[in-house]
Write a protein that binds this ligand. Structure first.
Ligand SMILES: Nc1nc2c(c(=O)[nH]1)N[C@H]1C(S)=C(S)[C@@H](COP(=O)(O)O)O[C@H]1N2
Ligand SMILES: [Mo]
Length: 212
């Protein structure tokens, strides 16, 4: 039954249980937010690249990428524009899985990672955060392949895993939609929104929204 108070009730539950970061409110839909157009993809020529401070650069085709073991995680997503979504389910590949398979050897000098997406969108995170259980190279959202506007065929996604207070949780812009590669670097380099003045670390619990 339609309950006009449901949103507020759910929001209060999340606040009481400590899952709502400061300055956020609950949304019941999945907003679409990005800069620029939605790219069209040809999966027969699509590749995903790993380069920079790695023992050997690696290029995976769509078929090869999908042979990697996948992980499903439930996360709470927090957007810097102040909406939060709870218990969203994502399926995709953990960077640690690619390392464990022996496909990727990251050099010890690598301390940061730049996600590169279509049309030159970039975002940066410390390698330590990218290797956490809450950063996924995701192919599926709620059991369905990603829709075009949410990053089909592949996106980086980062959120909070309830109960895992050991994990750092950045705002959602730190996951690139339409992602095409990861560059491993030693000195940090700011991405698209970071250069525009958004906070470099972007911790949702510390409300690190902007640099100003
Ligand atoms: N390639 C790309 N990825 C992007 C962005 C973008 O502009 N381009 N915007 C980011 C921002 S600001 C947010 S809040 C999330 C939004 O994801 P959604 O549209 O799936 O809600 O995508 C992030 N990933
Ligand atoms: Mo955003």
């Amino acid at each position: 039954m339609f309950n006009p108070f449901k949103r507020k009730e759910d929001e209060n539950k999340m606040r009481e249980s400590g899952r709502m970061p400061p300055g956020q409110s609950l949304t019941q839909r999945f907003p679409v937010l990005h800069y620029g157009p939605i790219p069209s993809v040809d999966l027969t020529t699509w590749t995903f690249k790993f380069w920079g401070l790695v023992e050997q650069p690696l290029t995976l085709t769509w078929e090869e990428f999908n042979q990697l073991p996948k992980t499903t995680i439930k996360m709470d997503l927090h957007c810097v524009t102040r909406w939060s979504m709870f218990d969203t389910e994502w399926e995709g590949v953990l960077i640690n899985t690619i390392i464990d398979k022996g496909l990727l050897k990251i050099k010890p000098e690598a301390k940061f990672v730049v996600q590169h997406a279509e049309y030159g969108y970039t975002t940066n995170l410390p390698l330590s955060v990218m290797l956490q259980d809450n950063f996924l190279l995701a192919t599926h959202y709620n059991n369905q392949p990603l829709s075009a506007d949410h990053g089909y065929p592949l996106r980086g996604v980062v959120g909070a895993i309830p109960g895992r207070d050991d994990l750092e949780t950045p705002y959602l812009w730190k996951g690139a939609k339409w992602i095409r590669g990861l560059e491993f670097i030693s000195e940090d380099r700011q991405g698209f929104w970071e250069q525009a003045g958004y906070h470099n670390e972007a911790d949702v619990w510390k409300e690190q929204r902007t640099q100003w």
